[in-house]
Write a protein that binds this ligand. Sequence first.
Ligand code: UT7
Length: 371
Amino acid sequence: MSPYAHIIGWGMAVPEQVLTNDDLAKRMETSDEWIQSRTGIRERRIAESDQTTASLAYGAACEALEMARLKPTELDLIIVSTSSPEFIFPATACLVQDRLGARKAGAFDLLAACTGFIFALNMGTQAIRSGSIKNALIIGAETLSRLVDWSDRSTSILFGDGAGAFVLQASEERGGVISSVMRSDGSGGDLLCLPGGGSHAPASLETVAAGKHYIQMNGREVFRFATRVMTQATQEAIGAADLKMDDIQLVIPHQANLRIIEAALRGLSIPMDRCMVNIDRYGNTSTASIPIATYEAVKQGRLKAGDKVVFVGFGAGLTWGAAVAIWSGLEPGARKPLPVGLRFYARLRSFIRRIMRRIDALIWGRHNPYT
Ligand code: UT7
């Protein structure tokens, strides 16, 4: 029998710096009243100059591993879902892998925009269900504040920075992620995009002058698409898990806009008290929003062992998807901080490997096997 992928640890990391709607109203023509009534957002977190997608991802990962009482060296796979990676390559996941000292783990980035965490969760689950790995770390992390045009009031009010992570572990016991739905429609790619800096429009003075390195969005169209697919994906995932809507204790949707969430829940005939919402405090953190909302739901006692939960999201691509999980909860026993020694070991290991590579290059530089 295929093992199940249980969620045995979860963590989050957000910057301390808070940007309120009133702060934005001082910079552009908008108001707290407009933003709250159209989106449900009151404030968002913005990364400090020394914080990046990888550093937030690392923070969330450490907390998730501590909760799971798992050493980074026990990880087989790390997936970082992000649309704001440190670089186009190397993958942000590899930077996190190195910083954790997760020497056995394969690591890669996944780009499915705000739906990315659901896609990554499904990929991690399938790797476990196939029997090829035991432990996976799934991270959603963003610093979209670096990709936003701060003079564009239709996008800059929406986004915030943050990261969330799950640790998945194989178990013979039924539970964890029991169904997933992944969908895409590239014909709507232009509705939400960042057109510059890729192979289509490589970075140049012209692309920068034209603002092509900023997020561009057709808000109304995305809104319409979102309300439709959130309902549809939730229904499909619940059906695939052989469950009914009434079996679900909590819906954790992508936090893009409170009005989208309310419309989707209306379509599902699920009351809002069975839905987790924290968009008021973090804005839209894209792929990080579902794990951050999950973390807070558990902390508030809204998600308990044995509960059935649906994660549902949509985003650029266009992409959308949902997953149903039986919440595993924590094993009895205290959370175990990652030993300081382990963090030191990871840094030392990384340093030694860099030195060894240099020595290698010095030796082999004189004897190039290709000449
Ligand atoms: O993770 C996926 C990310 N994207 C989304 O989820 C976006 C989905 N879309 C939305 O959330 C909404 O479409 C927005 C919040 C972006 C916009 O809300 P809306 O109710 O669709 O407003 P709108 O674009 O129809 O604009 C209405 C008016 C316009 O003025 P006029 O043309 O009617 O005079 C805008 O210029 O509101 C104006 N407006 C603003 N006013 C004050 C647009 N942004 C602002 C603003 N403050 N920040």
